[in-house]
Design a protein around this ligand. Structure first.
Ligand code: ACM
Ligand code: ZN
Length: 706
C-alpha cells in the first residue's frame, strides 16, 4: 500500500492505480512493439487492466475494451518525451459509478464544450455523465412530439433584457452520446419532474395545477409552479418525452429528478386532491398526503421507464412518502438519504453537497473568489470525501453504494472558462476517489500529483483554479491604516511561492517572494499572485494600503434618525438612478429595504421593482480603522462613496473596504436596488451594512441610531 503510494507519486498518476512495480529503465515508444488484448477470461475485474512495460515491449491485457481504454490513459500519463518507464501495473476501479454532472439549463454549454469535459474526465477514468437537461430556467433537449419545449422553454429573457437560450437537437444528443461511448462514458439524462419544471410548464401550461402561462423562470431558486400529478395529461406528456429520451440514450438508468418540489399548489388543486382521495394517499408518520402524491408520481415514472426496460434514479427527496421498489437514490442533502435507501436494499450514488461533491461551491475565500452559490469546498475537502459511510459497512450494505458523483450546477457559471475553473482541479479529486482503492488514497501525495494533471489542462487549453493569496481572517483589497499596517497572506493549500510587487508592475515568477507579513508606514499598492510548482501564476490580486487621518466625528446636534425614500422602476445599478423621482417611506431597520415589495419566488411579470435610499447615524466606540461590507448597491460614509457594487451580483459582498474613523457619530447612506442581476434576486439578499474594527474577527451589523 505504502509502496503503491510512493510509486504513484513518483509516476504522477491520477487516479493512483491498485498496484505498481517499477523495474528501472524505459521503453522507447514504438507502436509495433505494443500489444493490447481484451480477454474476458483474463480474470481481471470489470474495467481492469494490466500493463507490463519492459525495455523491449509493452503488453496490455484487459478484461474488456473499457479496460484497454483505461490502460491507454495510464500509458498516456506515463509517457514523457517518447519514453515510458518500465513498470508493471495491475489496476481496476473501486466503484462502477464515477460520475460528473453537467447543467446546461441555467447556463447553456455547446456540444463542443460538453465533449471537451467528456474527453478530459474520461481520461482520468470517470465513466458517467449525468446530463441535467431540463429545469425551471431552460429545457435543453429537442422533443419532436412537443416542439414548444425548446421553442418556448429553451429561452429566457433576463432582467436586463438579454435573452439566454440554447438546446441540443436530437442529432446533437446522438453525437454526444456516441462521443461519450467511444470514451466508455455512459450518458445518463435527467428529465426533471414534478418540480424544477417551469420551462416545460411555460411551453405547456396544462402541465401545472393552475395552468401558468408565464415564461421560464428567470432567476435562481425553486418556484412553486410545478407539474400537476392530479392530471393525466402530465403523465401522458412525461411518457411521450421518455419515449423519445429512451430512443436517444441507451443507458440502463434514466434520472427523473424529484428534488425540491414545492407542494403548496397541490394542497389547493382539485385534481391533486382528487388523486389523493382516489389513491387513498394519507398523511402518516412517513409523510404528508402531498408527499405521498409525489411518491405516487415517481412510481408512475418507474412504470413508464419499466416499459422501456430502464431503471429509475432520483434525488434523495424520492424517499419522502415512500421509495419506489426499484429506485436508485442520488444522495445530495448529505448522506442520510443514501444511507436510509441502502439500508432498505436500494442502490445509491453519493453526491452530498456540503461534504465536498458540489463543485459549484466556492473553493477559497468568498471575498475574492468569483461569485458562487456559497458554501465552501476546497480541493482537500473534495479529495477527503469517503463515499461509503461506516453505518453501511457495519450493516453489510456497502455494496449498495455504486459510487460517487460531483455536481457542477451552473447558476453562477457565466462562461465556459468559469465552468472549467469550478470543475478543475476538484473533479480530479473525485476521479481518484471513484477509482483508487481507499488504502491507496493519500492527500499529501495527491496534492503533488495534481500539478501534473493541471499541466495537462494547460496543454488542452482548459482553465482551472489556482489558490489565490488570501488574508487570514478575511480578504480585502482596500485597506487603510493610521500609523502602520501589517499585511499577511496565506493559501488554501501549499503553493510553490507567493510573489509580489510594490511598484505597480504585474508580478512574475522572478518578483519578490512573500516570506512574512509586509509592514507599511506609507501608501502602497501590493500586486500579489501564487505560483505553482511549474511556474504558472494565479490571477493577480491588487491590494491598496492607504494611510489615512480618521474622519472626524459629527457633533451630537447633527444627529438624525433613520430616514428612507423610494423610487419605482427597473434599475441595474446606482448610476441608473440619476433623475429619479423619490418619495419618503417609513423604515424601522435597514434590513427592511428588501421588504418594500413582497418576495415572490416565481418572480411573476407583475413584480414591481424599485430602488430605495436610507440615511442615518451610527456611533463607533474608538478611534480606529473599521472594515465595511455590504451587499447593497452603494454605501456612503460621511458623504464619501465607500462601496459601489456596480453591476456585480450582490452576494457575499466582494467589495469590502476600510476607513479610519474618529470615536463618535458618523453618517451613513445606503442605496439599495431591488433587481435581478446574474439570476440573483436581490430581495433574497441582505441589506445590513456590516462593520468590524481592524483586528477583530467578526462583522456585526452597523447599529443605526433611532
Ligand atoms: C439539487 O441540488 N437540487 C439536487
Ligand atoms: Zn394539481
Amino acid at each position: 500500500m505504502l509502496l503503491t503510494l510512493i510509486l504513484a507519486a513518483a509516476l504522477q498518476l491520477i487516479p493512483a492505480p491498485a498496484q505498481i512495480q517499477v523495474r528501472g529503465g524505459s521503453f522507447k515508444v514504438d507502436p509495433a512493439k505494443m500489444s493490447f488484448v481484451a480477454d474476458p477470461a483474463s480474470g481481471l475485474p470489470e474495467e481492469g487492466y494490466t500493463i507490463d512495460v519492459t525495455r523491449a515491449r509493452v503488453k496490455v491485457v484487459a478484461s474488456s475494451e473499457a479496460g484497454l481504454f483505461y490502460a491507454r490513459q495510464t500509458l498516456r500519463q506515463l509517457e514523457e518525451n517518447g519514453r515510458i518507464p518500465c513498470v508493471k501495473i495491475t489496476d481496476y476501479p473501486r466503484f462502477r459509478w464515477r460520475g460528473f454532472h453537467v447543467d446546461p439549463c441555467r447556463h447553456f454549454l455547446s456540444v463542443e464544450e460538453t465533449k471537451k469535459q467528456i474527453d478530459i474526465l474520461s481520461s482520468y477514468k470517470m465513466n458517467v455523465m449525468h446530463w441535467h437537461l431540463t429545469d425551471d430556467q431552460g429545457w435543453r433537449i429537442q422533443i419532436k412530439r412537443y416542439p414548444r419545449l425548446t421553442e418556448v422553454g429553451g429561452a429566457r429573457t433576463e432582467f436586463d433584457g438579454s435573452v439566454h437560450e440554447g438546446y441540443y437537437t436530437q442529432d446533437q444528443i446522438r453525437e454526444v452520446v456516441a462521443y461519450a461511448a467511444e470514451r466508455h462514458v455512459t450518458v445518463v439524462p435527467e428529465i426533471e419532474m414534478p418540480g424544477h419544471a417551469r420551462a416545460a410548464i411555460a411551453a405547456y401550461p396544462g402541465l401545472s395545477c393552475t395552468k401558468e402561462t408565464e415564461h421560464p423562470q428567470n432567476m435562481w431558486g425553486s418556484p412553486n409552479i410545478v407539474m400537476c400529478p392530479g392530471s393525466e395529461f402530465t403523465f401522458e406528456f412525461l411518457a411521450g418525452v421518455i419515449d423519445e429520451v429512451c430512443a436517444l440514450f441507451p443507458s440502463e438508468y434514466i434520472h427523473i429528478g424529484g428534488d425540491e418540489c414545492l407542494k403548496v399548489k397541490w394542497e389547493h388543486c382539485p385534481a391533486c386532491q382528487a388523486r389523493i382521495q382516489a389513491e387513498g394517499l394519507k398523511a402518516d408518520a412517513t409523510g404528508t398526503a402531498e408527499e405521498k402524491l409525489q411518491s405516487y408520481a415517481v412510481r408512475r415514472m418507474e412504470g413508464i421507464l419499466a416499459t422501456h426496460g430502464r431503471k429509475l434514479i432520483g434525488w434523495d427527496e424520492i424517499l419522502e412518502g415512500g421509495l419506489s421498489p426499484n429506485a436508485t437514490v442520488m444522495s445530495w442533502r448529505g448522506e442520510k438519504g443514501g444511507i436510509a435507501a441502502a439500508l432498505e436494499g436500494h442502490d445509491v450514488i453519493m453526491t452530498p453537497s456540503k461534504e465536498g461533491m458540489y463543485l459549484d461551491h466556492v473553493q477559497g475565500d468568498p471575498k475574492i473568489e468569483p461569485v458562487s452559490i456559497g458554501n465552501y469546498t476546497t480541493l482537500e475537502k473534495a479529495y477527503k470525501y469517503e463515499p461509503v459511510p461506516e453505518e453501511l459497512v457495519a450493516d453489510g450494505k456497502a455494496s449498495h453504494v455504486l459510487g460517487l458523483q460531483c455536481n457542477n450546477w451552473s447558476e453562477y457559471i457565466y462562461s465556459d472558462a468559469h465552468r472549467q475553473y469550478m470543475l478543475f482541479p476538484r473533479a480530479f479529486a473525485v476521479a481518484e476517489t471513484g477509482w483508487t482503492l481507499k488504502e491507496n488514497k493519500d492527500w499529501d501525495s495527491f496534492r503533488v500529483r495534481v500539478d501534473k494533471a493541471c499541466r495537462d489542462l494547460d496543454r488542452r487549453g482548459v482553465n482551472y483554479h489556482i489558490p489565490l493569496p488570501e488574508q487570514p481572517g478575511g480578504s480585502c483589497d482596500r485597506l487603510v491604516f493610521i500609523d502602520k499596517a501589517d499585511l499577511a497572506f496565506t493559501t488554501t493549500r501549499p503553493v510553490a511561492a507567493m510573489v509580489y510587487t510594490l511598484d505597480g508592475s504585474e508580478p512574475t515568477v522572478q518578483s519578490a517572494r512573500y516570506q512574512r507579513p509586509l509592514t507599511f508606514t506609507e501608501d502602497a499598492v501590493v500586486k500579489i499572485a501564487s505560483v505553482t510548482s511549474y511556474g504558472k501564476l494565479s490571477p493577480v490580486r491588487t491590494v491598496s494600503v492607504r494611510k489615512m487621518n480618521p474622519l472626524p466625528a459629527l457633533p451630537a446636534e447633527k444627529a438624525i434618525g433613520l430616514t428612507a425614500r423610494r423610487t419605482d422602476g427597473r434599475f441595474l445599478c446606482a448610476a441608473d438612478l440619476a433623475g429619479a423621482t423619490w418619495r419618503d417611506v417609513p423604515l424601522k431597520r435597514l434590513r427592511d429595504l428588501t421588504t418594500l415589495e413582497p418576495f415572490d419566488r416565481n418572480l411573476p411579470d407583475s413584480t414591481r421593482f424599485y430602488a430605495a435610499e436610507a440615511e442615518g447615524m451610527f456611533r463607533v466606540p474608538d478611534t480606529a480603522v473599521y472594515r465595511f461590507s455590504s451587499d447593497c448597491d452603494q454605501v456612503w460614509i460621511d458623504g464619501k462613496l465607500l462601496i459601489d457594487n456596480g453591476l456585480e451580483v450582490k452576494r457575499f459582498s466582494r467589495r469590502d473596504a476600510e476607513l479610519a474613523l474618529e470615536e463618535g457619530l458618523h453618517r451613513m447612506k445606503v442605496v439599495y436596488i431591488f433587481n435581478v442581476l446574474g439570476g440573483w434576486n436581490s430581495l433574497r439578499g441582505k441589506t445590513d451594512v456590516l462593520i468590524r474594527k481592524a483586528g477583530d474577527e467578526k462583522f456585526n451589523p452597523v447599529d443605526i441610531q433611532k
